[in-house]
Design a protein around this ligand. Structure first.
Ligand SMILES: [Zn+2]
Length: 256
């Protein structure tokens, strides 16, 4: 074989390989279309959730966040009370864990714009809860002014987002906490330094009892479910507030 013949074979082979690579690259491009993140499958069985005792501590939300692929768009919604500054918080990535989750959760440090009321620890709830809690906090502050002659400064909360069943049961309904649609209230600190806890305050005397009873009544006008110490033993030290749907049109309320 002459040198020229060998050179020609090598040159034609290179052209053929280059053409194949170009074809492959062209074929690849249209496949990269952003896909929306699926909503939590609320129809699937709740049997996948382990009882709280077996499951151990619920993972911090950061560990269950769905990692987005490089060129994938995550669809979330804006929250008006976050945009207007009526809450101090941020929109965080979607939560998805078995059939629990929320597409547009908020991590909140305080409620209120002019005189924000801080939370002892940040909470993760949905926009509807955040909106209801802004008005509720102003309401509670007015009640504090009435009974303690001092507005509220800080709120200590219990459960916020948590993938579990109602009352940590091993069977039964999935809790509204599992959809970031609930928050438990434990105690308040007032501007004048005084504090009150639900557990001791619910049946206390005078102003303290009146404060908690008025607060319970006011809560029932803003939330769809309110469960306090008179509801069941699981709520002797925390007031459960949620915006769950009761009744055919989601218009029924539970106030206990
Ligand atoms: Zn609760």
């Amino acid at each position: 074989m002459s040198f020229i013949r060998i050179w020609m074979i090598a040159a034609f082979s290179t052209v053929a390989v280059n053409a194949a690579v170009t074809q492959e690259a062209k074929h690849d491009l249209p496949q990269r279309v952003p896909v929306p993140v699926e909503r939590p499958d609320t129809k699937s069985s709740v049997g996948k959730i382990k009882p709280a005792e077996e499951a151990g501590p619920i993972s911090p939300p950061g560990e269950v966040l769905r990692a987005a692929k490089k060129d994938e768009r995550i669809y979330q919604v804006a929250c008006p009370v976050l945009m207007s500054g009526e809450i101090d918080g941020t929109l965080i990535p979607p939560l998805k864990e078995n059939n629990c989750g929320e597409q547009s959760p908020l991590k909140i440090n305080a409620f209120g714009k002019e005189t924000p009321v801080r939370l002892a620890a940040p909470v993760i709830i949905n926009c509807a809860m955040a909106t209801a809690l802004v008005e509720w906090t102003a309401n509670v502050s007015a009640l504090a002014q009435k009974h303690y002659h001092s507005p509220i400064k800080k709120i200590v909360t219990g459960s916020d987002y948590q993938c579990r069943r109602v009352n940590n049961g091993s069977s039964g309904r999935t809790s509204e906490h599992a959809f970031a649609n609930a928050l438990d209230i434990i105690s308040f600190t007032f501007e004048n330094g005084k504090t009150t806890e639900l557990k001791s305050g619910w049946n206390a005397k005078g102003a303290e009892k009146a404060f908690w009873r008025d607060l319970h009544k006011a809560s029932c006008k803003r939330f769809m479910t309110v469960i306090g110490p008179d509801g069941d033993a699981a709520h002797e030290n925390n007031l459960h507030l949620d915006l769950g749907c009761h009744g055919k049109d989601c218009m029924a309320r539970i106030c206990q």
